[in-house]
Design a protein around this ligand. Structure first.
Ligand SMILES: [Zn+2]
Length: 62
């Protein structure tokens, strides 16, 4: 799924760590009143990315 994008789902709102299988992730905090502006991150060579708004950590899982 090269080029695919993982989007945080509403049911993942309370998770602090989310495993993803794509390089690109989009986080809005899970949406709703507790969410934040949709922001895109790249899970690059380090293997993880942290959302600057809500602090969720996205870990690349191959
Ligand atoms: Zn976020």
């Amino acid at each position: 799924m090269a080029g695919a994008l993982t989007r945080v789902l509403p049911e993942q709102r309370d998770l602090q760590v989310i495993e993803v299988t794509t390089k690109s992730v989009a986080c809005d905090g899970g949406g709703g009143p507790l969410g934040h502006p949709l922001t895109y991150y790249e899970v690059g060579a380090e293997g993880f990315a942290t959302c600057g708004y809500c602090g969720k950590k996205f870990i690349r899982k191959d």
